[in-house]
Design a protein around this ligand. Structure first.
Ligand code: 1PR
Length: 525
């Protein structure tokens, strides 16, 4: 029996799922006595340091936690759960932590994008049972803006490089803390969790002790999901967003099964897009929530879900906010949500006044769940113009001239799955969304979607150079070489594909094999 400290600040479902997948049962802490009687305690902290400590105090968990930590029983703190072990958190003006380890928690001071998001390596500084069976070049999933700075060097278990070397795990006897999320780190993460639970295992040090670690470029599998004409929920795929073939919605498989296949093949993340979400309301479309719940029980990499995230009033006049819709997705197992159509309308409103309302879906969801949890999915279409001043939008010169020899183009944002063009360009949209609190851009391209002709590098460069948040290049992947192109000829942090994976033309493993040694990636197992 593993006891899990959930203090009610966020989604701990994925940690429970990961532990249960190892054949263990999980009991969540309901009262202080549950901490006192725990055999092994896992503490996956979520949110901000100050509010975490405040809730722990209000629930009178501090003393039982300190008593547990002094007892020598096994403790694993994940992310903020590790931060809690230290004396002070800079994030909340010097809020006091549990003070088990001397030192503090500081914000990253680097020119690189913060939060540090994605798969990075670990360098071992001491032996530990958690390294059993790990090679040493595995990567783990990080998502954080703060890191610990221990005063006592002997507690440092691993370090990781992001602009500089920071402490990514600590251990003293049976107290272990990791900055990375084992529950989202695929097979290596599950192994690490299993090692933590296996208290009898001997401490080892991974054979390969890397001198420096690097953040990997991510390969993402995307599943466009909708009900077909027989009302079965299927993964479909369009050609330039047209998903019908001879009148029928293309059926490329079942969502949960396909997601699991991609997880096993080495996808670094999985994205589900509920492509009819703009007209069906997701909270009435329960199958999608069920897909997410089932997937998160078997897939241990980050999951993103998009489609229908907006304010909505149902037939009975009950109003739901976009935040409520997102909350339901998070509760069902999503790590990030993606906003499409609504983001375009929010940006149009913003551009009228140049003022944020503070109440848009982007602002509200990022305020509660953090910017790293808010992705903006852009569906742009290329519009050719003869000269740069032709339209009041961001226009770029193109090396692929238009039908009348036009040497310039702009990228018009669309809503409702490409059905309606709007007077906003993709570069401006990305910039404003970043300002409003979005943490990542999923950059599709209707012209390239389903064509296998390669990513639109001009579009990706234009958007990437306008924002500091990570950009996921999407649409057009036809072979492994296209991934190399996008990673070497643009600054995109991730690349997403759908058709080539669904049709088994190019497996994810083959893409990674091709990239190995050319681009930093999370290696195949
Ligand atoms: O507008 O917030 O309800 O969200 C709806 C979401 O559904 C948006 O993210 C939008 O991109 C997506 N969507 C709507 N209609 C379609 C369609 O295809 N008819 N899917 C659609 C867009 C997603 C792409 C695709 C890549 C890679 N397709 O991400 O996966 O282009 O494809 P490829 O590798 O085969 O070229 P809202």
């Amino acid at each position: 029996m593993i006891t899990l400290l959930d203090y009610g600040a966020g989604n701990v479902r994925s940690v429970i799922n990961a532990i249960e997948s190892l054949g263990e049962t999980v009991k969540t802490v309901a009262a202080a006595e549950d901490i006192a009687s725990a055999e092994k305690l896992v503490f996956p902290g979520v949110g901000a340091f100050g509010s975490m400590m405040q809730i722990l105090r209000a629930k009178q968990f501090i003393d039982p936690l300190k008593a547990f930590l002094a007892s020598g029983r096994p403790f694993l703190g994940i992310c903020l759960g590790m931060h809690a072990l230290f004396e002070f958190g800079e994030e909340s003006f010097g809020t006091q932590g549990l003070g088990i380890f001397k030192g503090e928690v500081k914000r990253f001071t680097t020119d690189l994008a913060v939060p540090h998001i994605g798969w990075n390596g670990i360098r071992a500084h001491q032996s530990s049972r958690i390294f059993n069976g790990l090679r040493g070049d595995e990567k783990f999933y990080f998502v954080h803006s703060y890191h610990v700075v221990p005063e006592e060097k002997d507690v440092i278990l691993t370090t990781t490089n992001y602009g500089y070397e920071f402490v990514s795990a600590v251990q003293r006897q049976n107290i272990i803390g990791t900055q990375y999320h084992p529950e989202k780190s695929g097979a290596a993460g599950l192994r690490l969790l299993k090692n933590f639970l296996d208290t009898g295992a001997a401490p080892v040090r991974p054979s390969l002790n890397l001198q420096t670690t690097r953040l990997a470029k991510r390969i993402i599998a995307c599943l466009d999901v909708r009900a077909n004409d027989r009302n079965d929920l299927v993964v479909t795929k369009g050609d330039q967003y047209d998903v019908r073939e001879q009148g029928e919605v293309r059926n490329l498989g079942k969502p949960v099964e396909l997601a699991h296949r991609y997880y096993e093949e080495g996808a670094d993340e999985i994205t589900f897009l509920n492509i009819t979400g703009f007209r069906d309301f997701p909270l009435e479309d329960m199958p999608m929530l069920e897909v997410l719940k089932q997937t998160s029980r078997r897939v241990f990499v980050p999951l993103t879900i998009g489609g229908g995230i907006r304010d909505f009033t149902d037939a009975q006049g009950r109003r739901y906010s976009a935040l409520e819709v997102a909350a339901e997705y998070f509760r069902s197992g999503a790590d990030k949500i993606s906003i499409g159509s609504d983001a375009v309308l929010v940006v149009e409103e913003y551009l009228k006044t140049g003022q944020a309302t503070g109440h848009s879906a982007i602002e509200e969801i990022s305020r509660v769940y953090g910017s790293q949890a808010v992705v903006i999915s852009i569906d742009p279409r290329r519009v050719y113009v003869p000269k740069a001043e032709a339209v009041p939008h961001v226009v770029i010169p193109t090396t692929l001239p238009g039908p009348n020899g036009e040497a310039f183009c702009w990228y018009q944002c669309t809503i409702k799955g490409g059905r309606e063009g709007r007077p906003v360009d993709a570069v401006t949209l990305a910039k404003v969304c970043e300002k409003l609190g979005a943490g990542e851009i999923l950059l599709n391209c209707i012209d390239r979607d389903g064509t296998n002709s390669g990513f639109d590098l001009e579009l990706i460069r234009a958007v990437k150079s306008a924002v500091t948040i990570p950009v996921i290049a999407s649409s057009g992947a036809g072979c492994a070489k296209h991934f190399l192109e996008v990673f070497t000829q643009t600054q995109a942090e991730s690349a997403l594909a759908a058709g080539i994976f669904h049709r088994r033309e190019v497996p994810i493993g083959a893409v990674k094999q091709y990239l190995q040694g050319k681009v930093e990636i999370r290696p195949n197992l």
